[in-house]
Design a protein around this ligand. Structure first.
Ligand SMILES: *Cc1c(COP(=O)(O)O)cnc(C)c1O
Length: 384
């Protein structure tokens, strides 16, 4: 198909021209912080493995034991024969951690969001979404067939104004936001968002992909302010601080029962492999037992922002906004020359003109290396 290949080549040439072409770089990880790439060993500040649990002996052992006993794949959707008891155990653990009546585990965080939102909002409904919300929340909103309106980033007054105008025209309204923003590391003002949503009878869904395990003593962004924000729909992923794979929703029993009946990404997709559930349960054991360890990634990020005079870190994610994609790639290369892996993040992952270095701090990053990186960033990146 000549036209097909020409189409692909043309699109790629446009991306190349703008320094926006992506390539897959083979990378292996042998412990929580070091990676091998292109024959080099680099200290990674680009993995979301905040607690380094992907490599933890107890987590690995739990997965291996489950593989030995139950095999690799789940065999079918959860509604057919894939509903392994370990999934129910994991759900009970997540509900306990988040203090909700129930939970539902999905194949991934992306599948969770693209399943949850269309199950709750349809034609005639409205999704109000933070402009910087994660791509899979946008995908879920678009799949819902409801109206989709963005509100300005973390702007509670704007959300309130939009609800005042639009609430009466829709049967149901869902307010959607990241709890911790994945590319900026800032927190959503959840108590204020929850109050506004409640006042207008709108339902609040938060995506806690980067909060669970690392904020609020491991319980996530809903607990970051100290007490529990009133969030009826707490979604998240098992692929970051939990160190495994899979997504989840924590909510009331009624909502979870509805999700099990209506979320197409749950119904028509094969269940998470039992070994992943076993690994996630082992990770939750560690997090619940060691809240001091869960606090380390944020402490490391704050150490870094103090040394570099950047705004104080609110989460383990610290952005250094550079501007153009070309300059961000150059900055990443410069850090790689000194042994640090900090991947440049470019549009469409972030808005045009805000290409950046995105640093993710983890529990096991040695302080001396954090300090060496800070020195390098100060002298070679922030000074220019
Ligand atoms: C990574 C991420 C997801 C997707 O989770 P996966 O389990 O990796 O599919 C969803 N939301 C946010 C905010 C994320 O950062």
């Amino acid at each position: 198909m000549r036209s097909l290949d020409e189409f692909a080549a043309g699109k790629l040439a446009d991306l190349e021209q703008a320094d926006l072409r992506r390539t897959l770089v083979e990378t292996t990880r042998e412990d929580g912080i070091w990676v091998n790439r292109d024959g080099r060993r680099l200290l990674s500040f680009s993995c979301n493995d905040y607690l380094n649990l992907t490599q933890h002996p107890a987590v690995k052992e739990a997965a291996v034991a489950a593989i030995e006993r139950y095999g690799i794949g789940a065999g079918a959707s959860r509604l057919v024969t894939g509903n392994h008891p370990l999934l129910s155990q994991l759900e009970a653990r997540l509900a306990r951690l988040k203090d909700t009546e129930a939970a539902c585990v999905f194949g991934s965080g992306y599948l969770a969001n693209t399943g949850i939102i269309p199950a709750l909002i349809g034609h005639g409904g409205l999704v109000l979404i933070d402009e910087l919300a994660h791509a899979c929340l946008w995908a879920g909103a678009q799949l819902s067939r409801g109206a989709v309106v963005r509100f300005r980033h973390n702007d509670v007054a704007h959300l309130d104004a939009l609800l005042t105008v639009h609430r009466g025209c829709h049967d149901h309204v869902l307010v959607v936001t990241d709890g911790v923003f994945s590319m900026d590391g800032d927190l959503a003002p959840l108590p204020a968002l929850a109050a506004v949503a409640k006042r207008h009878d709108a339902w609040l869904l938060t995506d806690d992909a980067h909060g669970i395990g690392v904020l609020g003593a491991g319980r996530g962004s809903t607990y970051a302010a100290g007490s529990r924000a009133e969030v009826p729909l707490q979604m998240g992923t098992l692929s970051k601080a939990i160190g495994a794979y899979g997504g989840y929703l924590c909510a009331s029993s009624a909502v979870i029962d509805l999700i099990r009946n209506r979320a197409r990404t749950l119904i028509y997709s094969t269940a998470l492999p039992p070994a992943m559930a076993a690994a996630a349960i082992a990770a939750l054991d560690l997090i619940e037992r060691e809240p001091d360890y869960a606090a380390l990634p944020l402490a490391k990020a704050r150490h870094f922002t103090r040394l570099t005079n950047l705004p104080e870190a609110q989460s383990p994610i610290v952005p250094i906004v550079i501007g153009e994609a070309t300059a961000a790639l150059r900055a990443a290369k410069l850090l790689a020359d000194d042994g640090f892996l900090v991947v440049a993040i470019r549009p469409p992952t972030v808005p045009e003109g805000t290409s950046r270095l995105r640093l993710a701090f983890t529990a096991q990053h040695p302080d001396a290396e954090v300090e060496r990186l800070a020195q390098l960033v100060r002298s070679k990146i922030l000074a220019h």
